[in-house]
Design a protein around this ligand. Structure first.
Ligand SMILES: Nc1ncnc2c1ncn2[C@@H]1O[C@H](COP(=O)(O)OP(=O)(O)OP(=O)(O)O)[C@@H](O)[C@H]1O
Ligand SMILES: [Mg+2]
Length: 461
């Protein structure tokens, strides 16, 4: 069923249009101000925005801008006073939406809406072709080096190919939302909406109204009807984040949608059918919640058709450095700065850290390091890891660097370490000296002794 947001300044016009369109079989919602229109669009995304702007040129311009940002999800149908068309150059220039001049018949309006819907469908098709290219890009941004994470990616791909309900489990910041998005955009529903619901954020009644929508007067404060997320997610995917926080009452209603694929708006007895795939995520143990009587066992089994367990970062340490590299590259790109290296001590600390906040925490730590370091290297102090307090900045060589069986040329080893330190600190002698625990003077002496040169050191050349 197509969804329409009706924005009209005049209450009479608004009511009349809404009523007619509802009878014609659309899902209709009204907005009485520009701010409200924008808010509703951002929250729910509608197929069509029908706007009665009387003779306000400012309103037309604001709507055109809004529409520009909302394409291709929302099409615009403008209702304007006769003669206004010629007076707004932007309107004449853009042949991309429908303009209806007053007076008009409701039938004429309906035809224009149908034309807008058809245009929207075509635009979506064009976009989903482009989207396929985007997808490859998106998996590029999903770092999976460890076997565990590669397994997650493989399973997510399988889920994407099916239409089953999936449950994503994992600690906070492990990437549940990222995986949910990858499943949706990798699935046959990619051109449909991906609608997120955070079950922890809202009290029961508001959550139910978010999910199922409500009729006017369904509860105090419900002064006009509202379309819920299940309707908005039609033909797409609905993502229940923090599903473990849903109240038992709401769980019962959701169970019904999962089983019957239908529901009612609050305060209405009309049954609405919906075609959605459900993905749920939780960082709590649902079996524990079931045992404690806080989560319905039947709903748990319905959700748990395929479970994708995303391991904690500390259980897949091979991903740590590739993720650090990924985020620091991205950040230096964003900041248009030369990328800095991490000191050996910083690397050691990151590899040893337990990462309770997982990848989100790692991302923050890398960002902090990049922004705070003012030397050539990002040191452990720049990272500000809680457990790193007191961790040695330099690797401890209590065990020593192992002497190869055939022995070693100490001078050669020293020369090689000096070279490595210089390379790592971008040939800044002060920083290299820091890495080696030497004074700049002593390092400089060694550099001359070993005959090491660099084009940037003029005195040496
Ligand atoms: N494998 C990965 N490669 C690159 N970035 C990742 C990866 N996994 C997660 N991220 C990034 O880490 C951050 C946290 O991920 P996300 O929001 O998906 O976690 P979550 O499990 O939903 O967390 P919460 O339980 O706190 O809601 C996001 O910025 C996400 O893009
Ligand atoms: Mg999340």
């Amino acid at each position: 069923m197509s969804t329409i947001l009706v924005f009209a300044l005049q209450p009479d016009s608004r009511d009349q249009i809404c009523e007619y369109l509802q009878r014609a079989g659309y899902q209709v919602q009204a907005a009485s101000s520009e701010a409200e229109t924008q808010e509703q669009l951002e929250k729910f995304g509608y197929d069509v925005l029908l706007a009665d702007v009387e003779d306000s040129r400012a309103a037309v311009r604001a709507l055109l801008q809004l529409h520009e940002r909302r394409r291709p999800q929302t099409e615009l149908v403008l209702l304007i006073r006769q003669g206004l068309l010629g007076r707004i150059p932007e309107l004449a220039a853009e042949a991309i939406f429908e303009v209806v001049e007053k007076p008009y018949s409701m039938e004429r309006l309906r035809l224009n809406i149908e034309r807008a819907l058809e245009a929207r469908r075509l635009r979506y098709e064009a976009q989903s072709l482009r989207h396929e290219r985007h997808l490859i890009h998106q998996t590029d941004g999903f770092i999976a080096v460890s076997r565990a994470t590669k397994g997650v990616l493989k399973l997510a791909n399988k889920v994407a190919q099916s239409d089953s309900t999936a449950l994503l489990t994992g600690e906070t910041g492990t990437g549940k939302e990222l995986v949910a998005g990858a499943i949706h955009y990798g699935s046959a529903r990619a051109a449909g909406p991906f609608v997120k619901v955070n079950c922890a954020a809202l009290p029961t009644q508001l959550l139910e109204s978010e999910l199922f929508g409500h009729e006017k007067g369904a509860f105090t404060g419900a002064d006009r009807p509202r379309t819920g997320r299940f309707e908005h997610a039609n033909t797409g995917t609905i993502f229940f984040d923090e599903v473990g926080d849903m109240s038992l009452e709401t769980q019962a209603k959701v169970l019904r949608v999962v089983q019957e694929r239908e529901f009612q708006r609050l305060g209405s007895s009309r049954t609405i059918r919906t075609d959605v795939r459900l993905i749920a995520a939780t960082n709590k143990s649902l079996p524990d919640l079931v045992a404690a009587g806080e989560f319905r066992e039947d709903l748990y089994y319905r959700l748990n058709v395929i479970t994708v367990e995303i391991p904690a970062l500390r259980d897949r340490r091979e991903d740590i450095m590739p993720l650090v590299d990924f985020f620091s590259r991205k950040l230096s790109g964003d900041l248009k700065r030369k990328r800095k290296e991490f000191s050996p001590g910083a690397i050691e600390a990151m590899l040893a850290y337990s990462w309770p906040g997982n990848i989100r925490e790692l991302q923050n730590v890398v960002e902090r390091g990049v922004l705070l370091s003012d030397g050539a290297l990002i040191t452990v102090h720049d990272l500000g890891l809680p457990e790193a307090a007191g961790a040695p900045e330099q690797a401890s060589y209590a065990g020593g660097i192992e002497l190869p069986r055939g022995g070693a040329d100490l001078k050669e080893v020293e020369r090689s370490l000096v070279l490595q330190a210089l390379e790592r600190s971008d040939w800044v002698q002060k920083d290299a000296a820091l890495l080696l625990g030497l004074s700049t003077r002593v390092l400089n002496h060694k550099i001359r002794r070993f005959g090491i040169r660099h084009p940037r050191w003029r005195r040496n050349a």
